[in-house]
Design a protein around this ligand. Structure first.
Ligand code: SF4
Length: 327
């Protein structure tokens, strides 16, 4: 785990990603989908930040902004102290080595017409690293690192199981020795037994290569075992953040509490005490007034509808955006 005194590897401040919603004959943008709306966070070297929330909360969009697959609408992204928010594709090239992504569906992210060897050699070709012999050697090493035989290089993605394909996706992500890997729901599409194998692989790779992870999931149970800290996102905003151990023991925001309550437990008494939230995440085009969570919150008061809560420090590394939260 990284020390609190370390300079952050990644620093995100007041980040917005608004997508225009075009309407009418002239396709003018009259409204915006505020997928990410004023998010600040940091990740230290060697640290894993779990980013959790239901589908449609803006987690993947935030991850793609940090990887600069999207150009943010406002705010700043600093990587190792350097502002990469508005860098051109050419200026970004050295940073692309250091910030990589693992996607939910490796079948979609791996080119089905290329062999695994070609897929794993591609990052070296794009960055102009090494000759053909070097690339073949690195491909074999990468396959070995993620637990696949070297002969996999001559096969195609469709010849592998879902878990094996995710191993190939991971091998591609670590090919250039990145410092930060954004894992976007990397185990959501896998069977439970395979999920733990992939999570264990990610943990082993982290200690071997001193990787930092932004680990995105819709399920708090998945991030529990891998995260040093957890940030909970709701409708484009971070609503709670704390060290992993604290957030699972003493969550302050009703939304976080409901996500924790959704983790399956064998104890019937604890099941009975659960707070189950109703309904779906509202649209980010026209979010609810005040606290965006108020239409679904079991504790909402009149003030919640009128006044948006800010993310406040409650002590002990914990921050929450709720009028009623106290340390
Ligand atoms: Fe619920 Fe109000 Fe807190 Fe929002 S501010 S989470 S509506 S109690």
């Amino acid at each position: 785990m990284a020390s609190a005194m370390t300079n952050p590897l990644l620093q995100v401040d007041n980040l917005n990603m608004y997508f225009p919603v075009r309407e009418g004959l002239m396709l003018r943008a009259k409204t915006f989908n505020r997928a990410v709306d004023g998010v600040s966070l940091q990740i230290n070297p060697g640290e894993t930040l779990g980013l959790v929330g239901e589908s449609g909360c803006g987690k993947s969009t935030l991850g793609r902004c940090i990887a600069r697959l999207y150009k943010p609408s406002a705010g700043t992204i600093r990587f190792q102290g350097e502002d990469i928010t508005h860098m051109s594709a050419r200026a970004l090239r050295p940073f692309r080595q250091n910030i990589q992504m693992i996607f939910q569906d490796p079948m979609e992210s791996l080119n089905a017409r290329h062999t695994v060897g070609d897929i794993l050699a591609e990052p070296f070709i794009v960055q102009g690293i090494g000759d053909s012999a070097f690339r073949s050697k690195r491909v074999a090493e990468l396959l070995n690192t993620v637990g696949l035989p070297a002969r996999s290089a001559t096969r195609y993605p469709f010849e592998f199981s879902g878990g094996q394909r995710q191993r190939i996706g991971i091998a591609r992500a670590i090919a250039l020795n990145p410092k930060l890997v954004i894992c976007d729901e990397p185990v959501s599409a896998l069977d439970v037994s395979i999920q733990s194998q992939i999570l264990n692989l990610l943990v082993d790779l982290q200690s071997e290569f001193n990787l930092s992870y932004l680990f995105i999931a819709h399920d708090l149970a998945v991030v529990k075992h891998i995260s040093d800290r957890v940030a909970v996102m709701y409708l484009g905003n971070i609503v709670e953040t704390a060290d992993s151990e604290i957030i699972y023991r003493d969550a302050k925001h009703p939304y976080t509490q409901s996500l924790i309550a959704a983790i399956p437990v064998p104890d019937p008494q604890r099941r009975a005490q659960r707070i189950i939230i109703q309904g779906d995440v509202p649209s980010a085009i026209n979010p609810p007034t005040g606290c965006h969570f108020h239409p679904r919150c079991p504790r909402a008061e009149a003030r919640c509808k009128a006044e948006k809560p800010v993310l406040r420090e409650l002590g002990n590394t914990q921050f929450a955006a709720c009028h009623l939260a106290s340390g």
